[in-house]
Write a protein that binds this ligand. Structure first.
Ligand code: CA
Length: 362
């Protein structure tokens, strides 16, 4: 009787979730094919981000000979973008999600360390921390209570500082500025006297054009060009100190993950790593083309943040991180591990990447 009821539940759930997530406990050996759903936080056809996720699903299908097929849904198509974490955590409808850890900092204050923190590590440092250091192990520890298994999958590289409708010559120019800048970067800016505003991607252009805001950050040349931000503000600042190399995430429901045979787990892991490289490379290649267009075709003038502004923002960033660490034990733990790795990474970087960049200018 119990068995029959269980089988009935299994069939019902299977219709929604695909056979994968529930089959494991009972019938792993009999179930050879998995049909999963993946939801993202991105708009449909969002360049690089959503493209990279589609590419991941195609690779998994091909590598598994069709045994694991993943249907991809953009933000809002199945689940509202900001419910991706909860939906995958529950695992009833979807098994996979793609977004950025710092979207979940309301639940997990330490989450930004797995995406980007102001004046933190760049893409190369983040990958080193995840794959070579203790970053990924810590990330999995932090996500485990939510029944989630995270993988790094994509990185935008160093972002741009943003578009401003006035010149930033000194700290004074930041006072009272209304800027769209989310997360910890927004908290740092608030300490500098900026009024940080939260706006979704689709609302930025109009707000800047109508002068509801004075400035915005978005991504980098490629995405900024597509949004037409050069038409709404005159001054394009660099570098993106607030997002020096945000890592994107693939999250897998833990039960669903455990239901997979080892070879399919390895395929997910491999395809995620492949898309991690693909997205970063795509960003780099598309950004340099877009930068040329912004400069040559639209005569966009580029400005570097003045040194004293950067130094001050850096100081404020450390202050913000210290304050957050005092409020949350996990934040402190991840912060400590991150800082230990970053300090070594900086020391090595000074002799490698940074020294080389300096050498090129001599
Ligand atoms: Ca950004």
């Amino acid at each position: 009787m119990r068995r029959r009821k269980f089988m009935k539940n299994l069939a019902g759930a299977g219709a929604i979730a695909g056979a994968g997530s529930l089959a494991a406990a009972a019938t792993t050996k009999e179930t050879d094919r998995f049909s999963w759903k993946l939801v993202t936080t991105w708009p449909p056809n969002f360049p690089v981000f959503q493209e990279g996720v589609n590419r991941f699903a195609r690779e998994v299908k091909t590598m598994s000979g069709g045994r694991l097929s993943i249907q991809v849904f953009a933000g809002g198509e199945l689940v509202p973008p900001m419910q991706t974490f909860d939906a995958v955590s529950q695992g009833t409808t979807v098994q996979l999600g793609h977004g950025a850890a710092y979207y979940w900092s309301g639940k997990i204050p330490a989450a930004p360390f797995f995406t980007a923190v102001p004046f933190g590590m760049n893409a190369q440092g983040m990958n080193a921390w995840f794959y070579g250091g203790d970053g990924l192990k810590l990330w999995r520890e932090v996500y485990a209570p939510y029944q989630l298994m995270p993988f790094p999958m994509g990185n935008t590289g160093v972002q741009m500082g943003g578009w401003f409708n006035r010149k930033i010559n000194s700290l004074m120019n930041l006072k009272g500025l209304k800027m769209r800048i989310p997360g910890l970067g927004g908290k740092v800016m608030a300490k500098a006297g900026v009024n940080p505003v939260l706006l979704a991607g689709g609302e930025i252009y109009t707000a800047l054009e109508r002068k509801t805001i004075d400035a915005t950050e978005w991504v980098g040349p490629y995405h900024d060009l597509r949004l037409g931000l050069y038409r709404a503000a005159k001054y394009y600042y660099y570098p993106g100190w607030h997002e020096p190399g945000p890592t994107l995430e693939l999250i897998v429901n833990l039960k669903a993950w455990q239901s997979l045979p080892q070879d399919l787990q390895l395929i997910i892991e491999t395809a995620a790593a492949s898309s991690n490289i693909w997205m970063l490379s795509e960003f780099e290649a598309k950004n340099l083309q877009a930068l040329r267009i912004l400069r040559n075709k639209y005569q966009v003038k580029l400005h570097e943040f003045p040194a004293d502004v950067i130094r001050h923002l850096h100081k404020l960033s450390n202050k913000v991180l210290d304050e957050e660490a005092a409020k949350d034990k996990t934040f402190m733990k991840v912060y400590t591990a991150y800082e230990t790795f970053r300090a070594d990474n900086d020391a090595w970087n000074a002799l490698s990447e940074a020294a080389y960049a300096k050498a090129l200018k001599l």
